[in-house]
Write a protein that binds this ligand. Structure first.
Ligand SMILES: CC(C)(COP(=O)(O)OP(=O)(O)OC[C@H]1O[C@@H](n2cnc3c(N)ncnc32)[C@H](O)[C@@H]1OP(=O)(O)O)[C@@H](O)C(=O)NCCC(=O)NCCS
Length: 185
């Protein structure tokens, strides 16, 4: 288990099955807020569904394919984040995240993603980080924009969100991968 302090009240911890009940309760109370942009809400109906998801993420963590963390604010679960996918062959990690509505507007996710960048650089040794956001998801797009990710382009019809096709905007940050390499000039 690892945990990292983000600020005086906030920390991230590797997601464990014992958090499932609290994560599910938060998911359930924020269902309509999260359902605007996340495609999996209808498949998450019980705490057992959340537990199963976390166990799967731990298996993927063990294989170096993902890192799923739970965000705690004053010791209560506020949301989740992490590398949904790690492409080891190419050194690319794809970040995903959500925060309960009441924790929006405080800069929490921007600070968490900033820490995930440090993990990618110092521990996972990745050379590139991607974040993909639906075109109209302005609050999500603002996170990589605040952190100076480069807008790489638009993927058309990238996701079917409850019967509606949405485009994705891809943001990316290059990380130094060797002495003298200075990406993102
Ligand atoms: C996407 C999501 C995580 C963004 O949350 P957020 O609270 O807007 O993002 P942050 O935690 O980084 O906070 C930024 C906000 O806090 C404000 N803020 C306050 N203090 C701040 C600080 N020190 N640093 C940065 N921002 C700060 C910013 O001005 C901004 O507010 P604004 O939206 O009114 O401009 C959240 O809306 C969410 O979970 N949505 C549903 C799920 C989703 O869309 N997931 C992403 C799929 S790609």
């Amino acid at each position: 288990m690892f945990s990292r302090k983000i600020d005086t009240d906030t920390e991230i911890r590797l997601s464990l099955p014992q958090y499932a009940e609290e994560i599910f309760t938060l998911t359930d109370t924020n269902r309509s807020f999260l359902r605007q942009w996340l495609p999996w809400l209808d498949q998450t109906q019980t705490a057992a569904d959340t537990r199963e998801f976390i166990v799967e993420q731990l298996h993927r963590f063990a294989k170096g394919e993902a890192v799923h963390v739970t965000i705690f604010v004053s010791d209560s679960v506020a949301g989740v984040a992490g590398f949904n996918q790690i492409d080891r062959a190419n050194g690319i990690g794809t970040i995903g995240y959500w925060l309960a509505e009441k924790y929006n507007g405080r800069g929490i996710m921007t600070r968490v993603v900033s820490d995930l960048i440090a993990i990618a650089r110092d521990t996972l040794m990745l050379q590139k980080i991607d974040i993909r956001c639906a075109t109209n998801n302005h609050k999500s797009r603002a996170v990589p924009e605040r952190l100076k990710f480069h807008h790489e382009g638009t993927l058309r019809r990238a996701e079917n969100l409850y019967g509606t096709w949405v485009n994705h905007e891809i943001y990316a940050l290059l990380l130094p991968y060797g002495e003298g390499d200075t990406p993102n000039p």
